[in-house]
Design a protein around this ligand. Structure first.
Ligand code: NAG
Ligand code: NAG
Ligand code: NAG
Ligand code: NAG
Ligand code: NAG
Ligand code: NAG
Ligand code: NAG
Ligand code: NAG
Ligand code: NAG
Ligand code: NAG
Ligand code: NAG
Length: 395
C-alpha cells in the first residue's frame, strides 16, 4: 500500500510538470505575496539556490493541485512577533497557529533547500511570556498525495510540521534543527504531529529539537515512521489522548521502527488521560520496534493515568482503551532521571490495557542506581520480556 501511494504521488507529479514554471527572486521586501501568486499560477515554482525569500505575511496555499515547490534556496519567516501574533492562521486543535498552510492534491516540495522559522526571537520572548502564541512552521491542511523530501527545516518557533486532515503523505530525508543560542529553551518544537490523518510516512530523517520527535495526535491511522535519528527530544509518542470531554480519539495502526534516540526525555511512549472530566478513545495496533536509545529518561512507557493522581485514576480510570501494543527490540542506556526505573507500563484499573507484548528488551541499568527496575500497574504483559513486568497490581 505504501509504495503504491508513493508511486501515485510521483506519477501524478510527472504528469503535470509540463504546466507553467515560475522562478522567484528576493524583492527586498515581503516576498509572501509573490510566492503565493507563483504557487497559484504555476505548477513548478523554483526558489533558486542563494535566494532567501523574506516571508512577512501568512501563506494560505490551500486547495491547490499538482504543485511542485522546488526549494533550492531558503524560505525565511520574518521574525516579527507582534505581526505574527495577530496574523497567523489558527486551528481549534490545541489553539495552534501557523505561518503557512499548504493543502490540496498532488503536492511535492523538495530541492535541498531550507525553511527557516527564525525561532530565536520566539524562544527568547517565550521565556518571559508563557502565553505567547507561537506559529507552526508548516501545516499540511487537507492535503492528499504529498511528498516532502530533502529539505532542511530550521528554528521553528513551535512545532515544525503539522499534518492536519491529511491522506497519503510522505516526508523523507528531512533535517530538522532547532538550536537555541542561549539559555532560553526551544520549547514545543515537535518534529511532526499527525492529527485526523491517514496513511502518513515519515522516514530517513534527522531531528534535533526540544519536544516530541514525532507525535500521533487524535485520529492518526496507518502511520509509518522509520529510520529516524532523534536527538534532544521527547521521543516517539502516541497522544496524549482522551483529554477533552465529549471527544473520542482514535490512534490505530502505527508502526515506528529503526529509531535512534539520544538525550531524550522519552523513547517509545503512549499517554492517555484519566480523571472525572476527560474524553475517551481507543489506541489499537501500535508497534515500536528496533529502538536504540542513549541517555533516555523513560525508554519505554505507557501512562494511562496521564496527568492524573493515582488515587483519582483508581476512582476514574481512563476511558481511552489501549490494545495490541508491541514493543520489540528496545535497547539502550537510561539516563537515571527516574532512578533505577528503566521501563514503565502503567494502566488504569479494570483491564483497560489489553494484549501488551514486550520482546527483546535490552535496557542497561542506569549508572549509580543499582540494578534496573521495571514498573507495571494493572497490566498483563506477554512476550519474551514479560518476566520484567511480573509484579503488577491487577485490581
Ligand atoms: C522583510 O520584509 C519586512 C516587511 O517588508 C521588512 O520589514 C524586513 O526588514 C525584511 N527583512 C529583511 C531581512 O529584508
Ligand atoms: C484560505 O483561503 C481559502 C480560499 O482560497 C479560504 O477559503 C480559507 O478560509 C483560507 N484559510 C484560512 C485559514 O484563512
Ligand atoms: C484554548 O484557548 C482557550 C481560550 O483562551 C482556553 O480556554 C483553552 O483552554 C485553550 N485550549 C487549549 C487546549 O490550550
Ligand atoms: C504574551 O503573549 C500574548 C499572546 O501572544 C500577548 O497577548 C501578550 O500581550 C504577551 N504579553 C506580554 C507581556 O508581552
Ligand atoms: C541533511 O543533513 C545531512 C547530513 O548532515 C546532509 O548530508 C544533507 O545534505 C542535509 N540535507 C539538507 C536538505 O539540508
Ligand atoms: C543533541 O542534544 C543535546 C541535548 O539537547 C545537545 O547538547 C547536543 O548538542 C545535540 N547534538 C547534536 C549533534 O546536535
Ligand atoms: C475520530 O474518529 C471517530 C470516528 O472514527 C469520530 O467519532 C471522532 O469524532 C474523531 N475524533 C476526532 C478528534 O476527530
Ligand atoms: C497493524 O498496523 C500495521 C501498520 O502500522 C499494519 O500493517 C497491520 O496490518 C495492522 N495489523 C492489524 C491486525 O490491523
Ligand atoms: C488497520 O489495519 C487493518 C489491517 O490492514 C485494517 O483492516 C484496518 O481497517 C486498519 N484500521 C484503520 C483505522 O485504518
Ligand atoms: C490479567 O489476566 C487475568 C487472567 O486472565 C485476568 O483475570 C485479569 O483481569 C487480567 N488483568 C488485567 C489488568 O488485564
Ligand atoms: C517481584 O516482587 C518480589 C517480591 O516482592 C521480588 O522479590 C522480586 O524481585 C520482584 N520482581 C521484579 C522483577 O521486580
Amino acid at each position: 500500500m505504501r509504495p503504491i501511494s508513493l508511486i501515485c504521488v510521483v506519477l501524478s507529479y510527472v504528469a503535470y510538470t509540463y504546466g507553467g514554471s515560475c522562478t522567484l527572486r528576493r524583492s527586498g521586501e515581503d516576498d509572501g505575496p509573490a510566492f503565493l501568486s507563483a504557487v497559484k499560477a504555476c505548477s513548478h515554482v523554483t526558489i533558486p539556490k542563494d535566494t532567501i525569500l523574506n516571508i512577512s505575511s501568512p501563506l494560505n496555499m490551500t486547495n491547490v493541485k499538482n504543485k511542485h515547490i522546488d526549494l533550492r534556496g531558503t524560505i525565511k519567516f520574518n521574525p516579527d512577533i507582534d505581526f505574527w501574533s495577530t496574523n497567523s492562521f489558527s486551528f481549534p486543535f490545541q489553539n495552534e497557529t501557523t505561518f503557512w498552510i499548504f493543502g490540496g492534491t498532488n503536492l511535492l516540495v523538495n530541492g535541498g533547500g531550507a525553511i527557516d522559522g527564525s525561532g530565536q526571537v520566539w524562544y527568547d520572548a517565550f521565556a518571559t511570556n508563557a502565553s505567547l502564541v507561537r506559529p507552526i512552521l508548516l501545516t499540511l491542511f487537507q492535503a492528499e498525495n504529498v511528498l516532502v523530501e530533502d529539505i532542511h527545516m530550521m528554528n521553528s518557533p513551535q512545532w515544525f510540521n503539522f499534518v492536519n486532515e491529511g491522506k497519503h503523505v510522505v516526508f523523507q530525508s528531512i533535517n530538522i534543527s532547532s538550536v537555541s543560542t542561549n539559555a532560553n529553551r526551544n520549547k514545543n518544537t515537535d518534529g511532526w504531529n499527525t492529527y485526523r490523518s491517514n496513511d502518513v510516512t515519515i522516514k530517513n530523517s534527522v531531528i534535533n529539537n526540544g519536544d516530541d520527535c514525532v507525535a500521533f495526535k487524535p485520529n492518526s491511522t496507518n502511520i509509518f515512521v522509520t529510520e529516524l535519528n532523534c536527538n534532544g527530544s521527547h521521543g516517539i509518542s502516541v497522544g496524549s489522548l482522551g483529554q477533552f470531554p465529549g471527544v473520542f480519539d482514535v490512534v490505530e495502526n502505527v508502526t515506528a521502527s529503526h529509531v535512534r534516540l539520544s538525550n531524550v526525555e522519552n523513547g517509545a511512549r503512549i499517554k492517555a488521560w484519566a480523571g472525572p472530566n476527560v474524553g475517551s478513545g481507543i489506541v489499537r495496533n501500535i508497534t515500536f520496534k528496533h529502538f536504540s536509545e542513549t541517555n533516555s529518561d523513560n525508554p519505554l512507557i505507557i501512562d494511562q493515568c496521564y496527568m492524573t493522581d493515582p488515587t483519582v485514576c483508581a476512582e476514574f480510570p481512563s476511558n481511552t482503551l489501549i490494545q495490541d501494543v508491541t514493543f520489540t527490540d528496545i535497547s539502550g542506556t537510561p539516563s537515571g532521571l527516574e532512578g533505577s526505573v528503566v521501563a514503565s507500563l502503567k494502566c488504569s484499573p479494570d483491564a483497560r490495557c489489553e494484549n501488551i507484548v514486550v520482546n527483546n528488551l535490552k535496557l542497561m541499568a542506569p549508572a549509580n542506581e543499582g540494578p534496573a527496575t521495571y514498573v507495571c500497574q494493572n497490566v498483563n504483559v506477554t512476550g519474551n520480556a514479560a518476566h520484567f513486568f511480573n509484579n503488577c497490581t491487577t485490581t
